[in-house]
Write a protein that binds this ligand. Structure first.
Ligand code: FAD
Length: 133
């Protein structure tokens, strides 16, 4: 079980493809996002769809791979279970590849008023909200 379909989770799932075990990848979105180009989307240089692609498409020829779109809410290691927005899912081995949040370096004002670049739909908000001078 891998939580997170970012660079790390996708790469690990690719490495484990076609192995003699089941690989379950979970993410709150059903698409992978290429973060190094977030700023291009934020400034309307690219459409969000240009830097995102469906996770299932990347693995549609991989028989031992399964994708679940869900928010992981809690991990219960004593039961080998994760609690998610679509219910409990059991695992044998768990890999956390959930990335990082935007760091405001403790500045509450920026956290309140700025638009973060993660995730993509925030950039859409940014594009809609920003009015050229
Ligand atoms: C603007 C920008 C520019 C960058 N430029 C570069 C660059 O030029 N070169 C470079 O090497 N790196 C660059 N990086 C850094 C690079 O993109 C990150 O290091 C990399 O994406 C981290 O990968 P990750 O798999 O650890 O996490 P992420 O890619 O953040 O993936 C984490 C995944 O976990 C999912 N997730 C998190 N929590 C949950 C939950 N509770 N339930 C379900 N799913 C969850 C998220 O939806 C996400 O899909 C840049 C980053 C940004 C933001």
């Amino acid at each position: 079980m891998i939580i997170g379909a970012g660079f790390a989770g996708m790469r690990l799932a690719q490495k484990l493809a076609n192995g003699p075990f089941q690989v379950v990848l979970i993410d709150r979105y059903n698409y992978h996002q290429f973060q190094p180009l977030f700023h291009q989307v934020a400034t309307s240089g690219l459409a969000p769809s240009a830097i995102a692609f469906p996770v299932r498409k990347a693995f549609h020829k991989t028989p031992n791979f399964h994708f679940r779109m869900a928010e992981v809410e809690q991990i219960l290691p004593e039961k080998n279970v994760i609690e998610t927005s679509i219910g409990e899912i059991a695992y044998e081995h768990l890999v956390l590849a959930t990335g990082a949040d935007t760091n405001y370096f403790g500045n509450k004002s920026i956290a309140t008023h700025a638009y973060p670049m993660k995730p993509c739909f925030c950039e859409i908000t940014f594009c809609s909200a920003w009015k050229p001078p």
